[in-house]
Write a protein of this length. Structure first.
Length: 218
């Protein structure tokens, strides 16, 4: 069964535009790392293949489309150092990554005390528009309908802004048997979520470009 991709087709050109803008600004060529087992780069395909979307074991899309894609690239290329974009808001994430996966990480943003908000201000000053998804109230520019999210606020926002993505996630999670959202203290299926249900509030960081880019409990 073919399932809708995690990135709606109307948003893909805008992500490509951002990628191109960053490449020109940094004056580098950006190489893509793709897991050879998932050439479609589709999170939805991974969920169907694994028959697992998210839970105590994490999310297989992160493992297959990010970590495994990187590991396959590293197996073919000599890599002395990793320079990753952990900001000083993400010291815990950086520490876990460095201790569990790679010790050869240079935390340039953390060393310079740069926050996520600072990053938006820096690219805004460079005349680069962030991906459109931020202006639509989402906290991150990742998959629309991120299966690691449990907040009713987040999922009802997806239902409002991207109803087709919400429907696809609801149908696939019901078919696989994954209760993605937490409501009234328990996990339920997306198609059981009341349209007026709320969870942790989505925060608006008051940066110049007016982007929503943080949420307490996505």
């Amino acid at each position: 069964m073919k399932t809708q991709s995690a990135i709606p087709i109307e948003d893909r050109p805008k992500l490509e535009r951002f990628l191109s803008d960053i490449a020109k600004w940094c004056q580098v060529d950006i190489e893509r790392c793709v897991n050879e087992n998932y050439p479609s780069c589709s999170a939805a395909d991974v969920w169907d293949d694994k028959q697992y979307m998210s839970g105590v074991a994490g999310a297989p899309c992160t493992l297959e489309l990010k970590r495994e894609a990187r590991r396959q690239w590293e197996s073919r290329n000599k890599c002395d150092w990793h320079v990753l974009g952990f900001t000083c808001d993400e010291i815990d994430r950086y520490t876990k990554f460095a201790s569990r996966e790679r010790g050869n990480v240079i935390p340039v943003l953390i060393d310079d005390g740069i926050t996520k908000e600072d990053c938006f201000e820096i690219i805004a000053a460079a005349g680069i528009q962030p991906p459109r998804i931020y202006s639509m109230g989402y906290p991150n520019a990742n998959c629309i309908g991120c299966v690691k999210a449990t907040s009713a606020t987040y999922w009802n926002h997806v239902r409002k802004m991207h109803p087709l993505a919400f429907k696809a996630r609801a149908e696939q999670s019901r078919r696989i048997g994954c209760r993605l959202v937490r409501h009234n203290g328990k996990r339920i299926f997306l198609d059981e979520l009341p349209v007026d249900a709320v969870g942790a509030p989505m925060q608006n960081w008051n940066v110049e470009c007016g982007i929503f880019c943080s949420e307490d409990d996505k």
